[in-house]
Design a protein. Sequence first.
Length: 338
Amino acid sequence: MALSFAILGAGRIGKVHAQAVATTDGARLAAIADPVALAAEALAGTYGADIRTIDEIEGATDIDAVIICTPTDTHADLIERFARAGKAIFCEKPVDLSVARVRACLAVVEETRATLMVGFNRRFDPDFLALKAAIDDGQVGTVEMVTLTSRDPGPPPYDYIERSGGIFKDMTIHDFDVARWLLGEEVETVQAAASVLVDPEIGRRGDYDSVNVILSTGSGRQCTITNSRRATYGYDQRIEVLGSEGSISAGNVHESRTVLAKAVGFTRPPLLDFFMTRYTAAYAAEIAAFVRAVQTGGTPPTTGHDGLMALVLAEAALRSARDGRAIQVSEVRHDEAA
């Protein structure tokens, strides 16, 4: 029997998830909720879904699961609300911008025994999955160093920046999750450097646009993350893992695999332009994984705890950049738990 979904939020990421649900076996898009009527009508019309309010979805007996694509400051409240309503929940990252608020939210999820999956789509990219499988198979030996490159073609709108929680909690948080996934150990120390090199207005609004982070585990494994809000050549997404017996990498995805060779050199098509196209397969795969978890009663691949730990690392990175020192992850976990 197909799992019946409602999508909360008909913006850019809501459209991505609507497409993913529509292409997933065992899933059906039943309803859309968005306060902007035109956005809700457009998305509902595309997929033959109803337009309903959040209140109506909460009480609906024909809705099994919700996908939360609303602004970040609404996520935790909606998770708690739908956990108590007995719905399975898929929520875009982050759960909240406050570690303490995430802890309180996850306590409600545990109390109600709700299924919660947090949207860290990069774990589901086919190339990244193949890389992880090779690591797990021991093909590079013991993981020693990980390098993650993530650069956007350009910065988001200013009003988005002001609500996003900043680059570490909005953008680098994906890399923090991938780092934990690949390192195989929890991070203990975070050292970050941050600048405003792309647009001075981003700095005036309290954020950075160019950052580097070094993560270290207890055994000394390291991950280096580089992020920028500007890559004039396209959406730059790469991974390299160095192990005791070799290395493995996953490169960028181009518009096609063709390469033109001439006397003057080699020419390749441009990179895919942004996350909607670069990670189309990953978004579909994560929704399929969520459907399997709900139908089998299993644990989702990316849990609320994963969302919590990625946010802890983001908070540590922000403190490191501001204070100019390495931050022990235990500092953040202790402060926020107090």
